[in-house]
Design a protein around this ligand. Sequence first.
Ligand SMILES: NC(=O)c1ccc[n+]([C@@H]2O[C@H](COP(=O)([O-])OP(=O)(O)OC[C@H]3O[C@@H](n4cnc5c(N)ncnc54)[C@H](OP(=O)(O)O)[C@@H]3O)[C@@H](O)[C@H]2O)c1
Length: 349
Amino acid sequence: MQKLKAGILGATGAVGQQFVRLLADHPWFDVSALAASERSAGKAYVDAVNWIGSDPIPPSIRDMRVQECKPDLDCDFVFSGLDAKVAGDLEAAFAKAGYPVISNARNYRMAENVPLLIPEVNPDHAALIEHQDWGGDGGFIVTNPNCSTVGLVCALKPLSDAFGIESVQVSTMQALSGAGYPGVSSLDILGNVVPYIGGEEDKLETEPRKLLGTLAGDRIEMLEMAISAQCNRVPVLDGHMETVSLRLRNTASAEDAAEALRSFDNPLAGKGLPFAPEPFIHVFDDPRYPQPRRHASLGGGMTVSVGRIRPCNVLDLRMVVLSHNTIRGAAGGAILNAELLVDQGYLGA
Ligand SMILES: NC(=O)c1ccc[n+]([C@@H]2O[C@H](COP(=O)([O-])OP(=O)(O)OC[C@H]3O[C@@H](n4cnc5c(N)ncnc54)[C@H](OP(=O)(O)O)[C@@H]3O)[C@@H](O)[C@H]2O)c1
């Protein structure tokens, strides 16, 4: 297959840098355009970016010129790591000009005809693309969920399929990289926990119901499931950890739940998508695990970890979930979405 040319909108941001890093050796996609704000446009990438990764900037990208976010980029489709304040208008402009847009931003996630995708969870929802009409030939928008939603929903999916879920209580411990750069002030977070992340609880209480919902023609019927979320920022670099309690529709023991997670029938199995991790979910028996510093990067940051599955004295079961927020929860998740769309014929056909 000839490689597809990918543009990156918001290429200088925290998520944009992950796109640059993760796409450097991608077997299906070549980065052909970088775009960001007027502040960065016209500069070489190395001069525009405040590179926060520990590996150097990939040599093929270092001297590439950053362009303005205008829909005249030389590429077959774009990834968007744009600031949500500008993503709405800019992503729409690209879709109208005929570009497929694979976005991380929140702006279109809950739009009725826009897929909110996790490939292992709801690949069939991609069919909503057929109900988008931006006026441009071939343009569409596909989104991936908020970084705290991703880990939760990956862990809920096998349990929802096996037993049904009535309600969820979740408390998050979210990493600093989730706030972008420079993010939270060091004086606010060092030796501290901040029990508020603007807008996050609302996303965590609504996005899972769309992701676990049912495709009904040109819309998604949301799953009936109550979610109560409490979101906290903690002094961890990467990896969102969540403690989760569940009320199930059908009785299951902790062992049943662990078995359902381990034996989940992954719809990506055998497809050979480069960013699909093996395993999709890692279940720990050791009660000390998962931990962000040790396990956020499992499967290249794409594997979701679950541990401490046990009975709950108030609801039915409780567990701990961990996922890498800027890889599975942002750039890596978007790259896997693009791979799924290639496999389904929506990209590069
Ligand atoms: N960080 C995470 O873990 C995470 C996870 C999931 C989703 N997201 C979402 O992903 C998006 C990016 O997050 P981030 O953490 O990478 O943010 P960030 O570090 O603040 O980066 C924002 C990017 O948007 C660009 N930008 C800002 N204003 C612009 C304008 N007027 N025109 C064109 N480009 C503009 C910036 O370019 P300049 O450098 O030129 O200003 C930069 O490249 C957000 O929508 C966020 O909610 C983030």
